[in-house]
Design a protein around this ligand. Structure first.
Ligand code: GLA
Length: 415
């Protein structure tokens, strides 16, 4: 037994990068930052401050309102959960007033609901909001998180030199892996590097991180979301090459149900994040959300595209009258041919709904055995189309429409 313990401690399995088997599809859940930021004023704003109650409330809603059964399983703490100082053994301490029962008790609560708990730290000396960072304490913090039974760790990059991140992030990831608790490792490594003109080495990043933020922080505005989409389009070949089961690009949180996006804009964000094969981490107030937004977040067809097991990221492949056509290969695959999810994204802000006509073969849908086609809003209405056929997609301004084109082994088109 002793010998086995020794073997496990020194075995290279436990020092290898990211051998955690997690995130085989992009993680789904809820993250506090965009909606609740660093609100620590529990005296005046008890329902919205960063506290154990907030995360328990969201866990309750994820289960009671049917999000969990659709795959939303992580409840994630972001910045501002700590005391300003480590304890005498250099361990992190949750804020006594706002997390009176400690993080382990919160994890127990979240686990009792069949959900998972995420937490936030920083690879540098401080978190972005100025709380103690993990630099110099990677092993201690990793074992603290493992003891608390944390399931996901977001590691920010404030108060660190982006030049050193190629060394720092792997060290932290290895420290977490050494605990032998599977903890999904979320990085901001490429974001800080590309912001300072360093070209991220995505092959390396994908070895150590399950998900990684590429671009700037999202906020509750359409212009910000458009920027992120443009970043993804501009870098799509590089980003698609590195996405896959266990390692995903993260364009930041889903905003549906907040204040800044219209329904159409929120729908476009969710559909494009599904084309990107990206995490769906909502940051909204699930206790207070309009039905059309919660219905959108629970759309099974959009979620199925996001969670497609092949894990291939889609790309923007053409523009017709300022309507972008984004295409993602999905399952089932028949022979050498893929099925596809197609998102028409209308960048126009003038005028009403637009009809775009697209010949299937012109966007790569070229299987001679043809496709079963349906819209994510009305999956029960199915048609059959072949490569030379045109599909007419209706799409609202600043909105998107998702069309799914599936191959079917048992379906043979008869001329
Ligand atoms: C950075 C991150 C955000 C959030 C804040 C917290 O800006 O990119 O996602 O975690 O820090 O301070």
């Amino acid at each position: 037994m002793l010998f086995l313990g020794f073997f496990l401690c020194v075995s290279p399995i436990f020092t290898r990068a990211l051998d955690n088997g997690l995130a085989l599809t992009p993680p789904m859940g809820w993250l506090s930052w965009e909606r609740f930021t660093c609100n620590i004023d529990c005296d005046n704003d008890p329902k919205n401050c960063i506290s154990e109650q907030l995360y328990m409330d969201m866990a309750d809603r994820l289960v009671a309102d049917g999000y969990k059964e659709l795959g939303y399983e992580y409840v994630n703490i972001d910045d501002c959960w700590m005391e300003r100082k480590r304890d005498s053994s250099n361990r992190l301490v949750p804020d006594h007033k706002r997390f009176p029962n400690g993080i382990k008790a919160l994890a127990d609560y979240v686990h009792s609901k069949g959900l998972k708990l995420g937490i936030y730290q920083d690879v540098g000396t401080n978190t972005c909001a100025g709380y103690p960072g993990s630099q110099g304490f990677y092993d201690i913090d990793a074992s603290t998180f493992a003891e608390w039974e944390i399931d996901m760790l977001k590691v920010d990059g404030c108060y660190a030199d982006p030049k050193d991140m190629d060394d720092m992030y792997p060290k932290y990831s290895i420290a977490v892996n050494k605990t032998s608790r599977p903890i999904l490792f979320s990085c901001e490594w490429p974001l800080y590097q590309q912001q300072t003109g360093i070209k991220p080495n995505y092959k390396e990043i994908a070895k150590y991180c399950n998900i990684w933020r590429n671009d700037h922080d999202i906020d509750d505005s359409w212009s910000n979301v458009l920027d992120v989409i443009d970043y993804y389009a501009a870098n799509q070949d590089e980003l698609a090459a590195v996405a896959g089961p266990g390692h995903w690009n993260d364009p930041d949180m889903i905003l549906a149900g907040n204040f800044g996006l219209s329904y159409e804009e929120a729908k476009a964000q969710l559909m494009l994040w599904s084309i990107f094969a990206s995490p769906l981490l909502m940051s909204n107030d699930l206790r207070n959300i309009e039905k059309q937004f919660s219905d959108l977040l629970k759309n099974k067809e959009i979620i199925a595209v996001n969670q497609d097991p092949l894990g291939k990221m889609g790309k923007r492949i053409k523009k017709i009258n300022n309507v972008e056509i984004w295409v993602r290969p999905i399952s089932p695959v028949v022979g050498s041919k893929y099925s596809f999810a197609v998102v028409a994204f209308n960048r126009n802000t003038l005028g009403g709904p637009q009809n775009v006509s697209v010949q299937l073969s012109s966007i790569g849908l070229d299987s001679a055995s043809c496709y079963i086609i349906y819209d994510s809003a009305t999956p029960e209405k199915k048609t059959k189309l072949c490569p030379k056929d045109n599909i007419v997609i209706k799409v609202n301004p600043s909105g998107a429409t998702m069309t799914i084109a599936k191959l079917n082994k048992n379906f043979f088109f008869k001329h």
